[in-house]
Design a protein around this ligand. Structure first.
Ligand SMILES: *[C@@H]1O[C@H](CO)[C@@H](O)[C@H](O)[C@H]1NC(C)=O
Ligand SMILES: *[C@@H]1O[C@H](CO)[C@@H](O)[C@H](O)[C@H]1NC(C)=O
Ligand SMILES: *[C@@H]1O[C@H](CO)[C@@H](O)[C@H](O)[C@H]1NC(C)=O
Ligand SMILES: *[C@@H]1O[C@H](CO)[C@@H](O)[C@H](O)[C@H]1NC(C)=O
Ligand SMILES: *[C@@H]1O[C@H](CO)[C@@H](O)[C@H](O)[C@H]1NC(C)=O
Ligand SMILES: *[C@@H]1O[C@H](CO)[C@@H](O)[C@H](O)[C@H]1NC(C)=O
Length: 376
């Protein structure tokens, strides 16, 4: 596989927030700037539009951010080409996918989802792939700017390592490619942060953490820890499930599933809080044993904690070589997710507090100074 060439362009849907009487002025500005002023009625949503909230919610994976207490944007703009993006940028200081199989490169505008990119590649070839995440509803722009971390990471690294060029529009409406934007900006847009069963479950996880990062690169290995209701008498027990992917496939689902932008993630369904950690030294059995009781707490009934092996290609890349920093030296990463239902949202604090307790408990066992986190 060769690296893909990606044209990333910001952005499918822009949420504009501003102060003082902004709506009218902003809209007047747009109508002057849009080449075809009638398109403002198709591309701009304000609170007056009945579909405003459905547009806003359509991309919300975490319903915590759709409750009435969360401030909403003044306007949502859905520009479909660079002219509209330039106009929008000016006023506030979609997307075609082309896959070129011969060169093993792809141009993609950042409004496309990861699923749409996978879909276009899969339609043209079954021998090439792009290495981004499993959850396919995320926009390419967001995915690449967070690094872009998926099941091929141990074999090829992550998505943003494979960006050959990018075009972005700056606050002065200029379209900048890699050469024009310069190394620093190109660094930042690719995920850069500042340089610088009880007993059995314990054994499984304890052993896994020492070997998983040494698995062949072709294997993506993770362990998912959650409460399950095994027995008829309803006794809950912790299940630690090890998952190996040998091939990236969405088994049994039609390819078109990749185009579904409203599909919810398997890890997080409705209201949730997630945090992450990186582990550099194996955690002792005692350390895990102290963690398990937290999963029996009431708040944890729909929580899931996933350990994802690092190593492979990621171990060969020094932290300073590419923008995404979590590379050599990490055995695995941990993703903690706690989910709750809409009717429980008035008690969201108790779930947030559960997460804080878990995160605090893990402090001695995970990376320090600084404590690393994956910031999506
Ligand atoms: C203006 O844009 C709308 C939709 O964006 C399109 O339907 C219409 O044909 C365009 N008119 C011109 C003159 O380009
Ligand atoms: C929003 O509402 C205005 C005024 O009713 C209408 O002209 C416009 O077409 C609506 N915009 C969209 C994107 O539906
Ligand atoms: C964007 O679309 C508008 C309306 O279809 C068109 O007038 C304009 O030339 C397009 N701009 C680019 C850069 O494709
Ligand atoms: C734990 O492992 C032992 C021996 O490997 C096995 O006999 C036992 O059934 C396992 N317990 C559970 C709950 O899986
Ligand atoms: C566990 O499963 C049993 C049988 O399916 C069910 O009766 C019980 O309510 C479940 N317990 C919980 C806590 O979900
Ligand atoms: C997309 O996924 C959502 C949630 O899983 C489902 O409700 C919806 O019907 C799907 N849409 C299509 C077009 O398949």
């Amino acid at each position: 596989m060769f690296p893909f060439l990606l044209l990333i362009l910001l952005s499918l849907s822009w949420r504009i927030s501003a102060s003082a009487q902004p709506a009218e002025e902003f809209l007047r500005c747009l109508s002057l700037r849009f080449h075809n002023s009638s398109s403002i009625t198709k591309l701009v949503y304000t609170h007056h539009n009945s579909s405003y909230s459905s547009v806003l919610k359509s991309s919300a994976q975490n319903f915590r951010f759709t409750t009435p207490s969360t401030p909403t944007p003044l306007a949502i703009v859905t520009p479909f080409n660079a002219s509209y993006i330039q106009a929008t940028v000016y006023c506030c200081r979609k997307h075609e996918l082309q896959v070129n199989v011969e060169k093993a490169t792809a141009w993609v505008e950042s409004g496309a989802t990861v699923g749409e990119l996978y879909y276009e590649i899969a339609r043209k070839t079954r021998t090439l792939a792009f290495l981004a995440r499993i959850g396919h509803t995320v926009g390419i722009g967001g995915q690449l700017s967070e690094g872009g971390y998926g099941v091929l990471l141990r074999k090829y690294g992550i998505a943003s390592d494979n960006i050959i060029d990018a075009r972005l529009i700056d606050a002065y409406e200029r379209i900048l490619d890699k050469k024009l934007m310069g190394e620093d900006l190109f660094w930042v847009i690719r995920g850069g942060v500042s340089k610088t069963l009880e007993q059995n479950a314990t054994k499984l996880v304890h052993q896994w953490q020492s070997i998983a990062h040494k698995f062949p690169k072709e294997i993506h290995s993770s362990i998912s820890i959650a409460m399950v209701n095994f027995s008829e008498d309803g006794k809950m027990t912790i299940q630690a499930e090890s998952i190996l992917y040998r091939a990236l496939s969405i088994i049994g689902l039609p390819l078109e599933t990749l185009l579904n932008r409203t599909q919810k993630s398997a890890l997080s369904q409705t209201f949730f809080k997630a945090k992450s950690d990186y582990v550099k030294q194996p955690i002792s059995e005692l350390g895990f044993k102290g963690l398990w009781p937290k999963f029996y707490e009431d708040e944890a009934k729909s929580s899931v904690t996933v350990l994802v092996a690092c190593g492979g290609k990621m171990d060969e890349i020094p932290e300073t070589e590419y923008p995404y920093p979590h590379r050599a030296g990490n055995l695995y990463s941990i993703l903690y997710v706690v989910n709750w239902e809409e009717e429980e949202n008035k008690n969201s604090k108790k779930f947030m507090n559960w997460m804080r307790r878990v995160y605090s408990y893990m402090t001695p066992y995970v990376s320090k100074s600084p404590r690393e986190a994956y910031v999506p």
